[in-house]
Design a protein around this ligand. Sequence first.
Ligand code: A3P
Length: 295
Amino acid sequence: AMEQEDAIRQELGSLHGIPLYKSFIEGWPQVKAFQARPDDLLISTYPKSGTTWLSEIMDMIYHNGDVEKCRRDAIYNRVPFLELKVSKSLCGVDQLENTPSPRLVKTHLPVQLLPTSFWEKDCKIIYMARNPKDVVISYYYFHQMAKIHHDPGTKAEFLENFMAGKVPYGSWYDHVRGWWEKKREKKILYLFYEDMKKDPRQEVQKILQFLGKELSERTVESILHHTSFQEMKKNPAANYETMLPTLMDHSISPFLRKGISGDWKNHFTVAQNERFDQHYQELMAGSDLCFQMEL
Ligand code: A3P
């Protein structure tokens, strides 16, 4: 418990210019030297973009829709978090080294910081992006409940910091664009949270095709049911409620908070929205990357 005290309410450090938790930066040499295996599948996202949702879907696919097998452990252990470093015992790289293949690996790293071994081994990668307005609201509540973060301040202040990239993992704009560009040359399936909300069956089919895997209609049906927001919210293996209370306080805001597209409309003022849109246009100019801000 003493070790974890060091990991709560941290100031951010800087990893090659990217704001990140200091305890993660301390663990960086081990992450940088990480040895990927050719059959690793990497789940890459900017925080709050549906990582846990995609992780549960992937674990279900890997276990042919066997719900019981997917209850074997909490999602953060079934899909270890590569750069996680909270204490000696809570370390993603150590956890991954003890995970049998084929492994599912979670990361939030911007593309330029991904350990080179993933490229050398030509690992499959699935990236999931979510519209920035919902991301920033989700991130704001996450800062309050996940105690690795310092106080996010007011919503208005947090919005400014997000737009300026002064949040853990830095600029959302650079993150989504960086991974989008990489898709031209590498095996990356680029998905959107909003598409998954709109037509999860179609997105699961895209994943299966990417994996070169076939599942029966019944199995796909069971995966869709098990990974719905309502099911995941009540599943202790998926909802993070088994995390140490010193690290997350679900009474402040549950990890599975709302799970919708367009919740930002309940939070942004008209002026904030106009400012955000203008800034978005400037930073996303020249990109063919498109986001649905609501459904
Ligand atoms: P909200 O805070 O908007 O509710 P991550 O896993 O990357 O941290 O993302 C967390 C966000 O994904 C949260 O968004 C959470 O509710 C949402 N989420 C998790 N599981 C989901 C599901 N099955 N369906 C829809 N959204 C889900």
